[in-house]
Design a protein around this ligand. Structure first.
Ligand code: IPM
Ligand code: MN
Length: 340
């Protein structure tokens, strides 16, 4: 049953195919009968190129007050050098992750027929506010032959523990409750030891969850050769970034991968976005695959407490039988709507 409450959602369509896939996702939300009150935000590469605006504190505070944020994709076209690397990543995406304390990046994967992970369901729980992403470090003697660059990885007991506890909670909800810590404890001995100890300690609260550990390099082999071994994978920010692209590739392509940037403590609006980018090469032609954006909207409804509506969307995407490779956005959308 729907709570019949209208949820306030900030919509950032963004660049390239972002607005079209977001529009398709909103149509699916409407089709499952969930009422949204949306407000659009013009943010991303196009906005930056127009007037230099990325994201200020006032806009961030405004975003914080919504029930959720739905984002399409942001970024310039490949080869467009007008925006230096990091301006949008640090200034917009990471600013929202840090500023809204979106400490979990939850990325579920469902292997589509014919993919290496055919029939497998697993999820990556990526720590989303620490690790090498915090920007710790600096540069000395820039541009000289004596240049020194350092880039540290920050792992706090608090940050690791809240991430690991979320991952265990997700794992405990599975039919076969399993959690795998992925790290590189044999080399990253300080941070790896913290992660391993926290997993051991928090694991005691979840006696029904089977716990495993993989080094990240070995995990890359297992993702390809035996993805069925996984339930929930918990890992740090950078390993999670890399592994989620690999997970997307083995489960049918990044065009299917959804993500939820979550603030489970609900002190700021959580943000939902497809993992794929802006794909400017196919933008505006009606060719974009909207399934990842639609799944992301499904994850958003789950977070908003619209559990039945969310399940309908997520199942329809998982059961989608159409051919997405030679299809159009509208054809995929109408086939999906039929399967709801
Ligand atoms: C992702 C992206 C981002 C990340 C970039 C765009 C900052 O790759 O969401 O996976 O590294 O987290
Ligand atoms: Mn990534």
């Amino acid at each position: 049953m729907s709570t019949a409450r209208t949820h306030r959602v900030a919509v950032i369509g963004g660049d390239g195919i972002g607005p079209e896939v977001t529009e398709a996702a909103l149509q699916v939300v409407e089709a499952v009968g969930v009422a949204l009150e949306t407000e659009s935000f013009d943010l991303g590469a196009a906005r930056y190129l127009r007037d230099g605006f990325v994201l200020d504190e006032a806009t961030l505070n405004h975003l914080r007050g919504f029930d959720a944020i739905l984002l399409g994709a942001v970024g310039p076209a490949i080869g467009d050098t007008r925006i230096p690397g990091g301006v949008l990543e640090r200034g917009l995406l990471l600013k929202m992750r840090f500023g809204l304390d979106l400490y979990i990046n939850y990325r579920p994967f469902h292997g589509v027929p014919g993919s290496l992970a055919d029939g497998c369901d697993f999820a990556i729980v990526r720590e989303n506010t620490e690790g090498p992403y915090v920007g710790e470090g600096g540069v000395l003697r820039y541009g000289t032959k004596d240049e020194i660059a350092t880039q540290g990885s920050v792992n706090t007991r608090f940050g690791v523990e809240r991430c690991v506890r979320y991952a265990f909670t997700r794992a405990s909800e599975l039919d076969n409750p399993r959690l795998t810590l992925v790290h590189k404890t044999n080399v990253l001995t300080y941070s790896g030891d913290l992660w391993a100890r926290v997993v051991r300690e928090v694991g005691e609260e979840f006696p029904l969850v089977t716990v495993d550990y993989n080094h990240v390099d070995a995990a890359c082999i297992y993702f390809v050769e035996s993805p069925q071994r996984y339930g929930v994978i918990v890992t740090d920010n950078l390993f999670g970034d890399i592994l989620s692209d690999l997970a997307g590739a083995v489960s049918g392509g990044i065009g299917f991968a959804a993500s939820a940037n979550l603030n489970p403590a609900r002190t700021g609006a959580s943000l939902f976005e497809p993992v794929h980018g802006a794909a400017h090469d196919i933008a505006g032609q009606g060719l974009a695959n909207p399934l990842a954006a639609i799944s992301s909207a499904g994850l958003m409804l789950e977070h908003l407490g619209e559990i039945d509506a969310a399940a309908r969307i997520l199942h329809a995407v998982a059961d989608f039988k159409g051919d997405t490779s030679k299809s159009s956005t509208s054809k995929i959308l109408s086939e999906l709507l039929e399967g709801l």
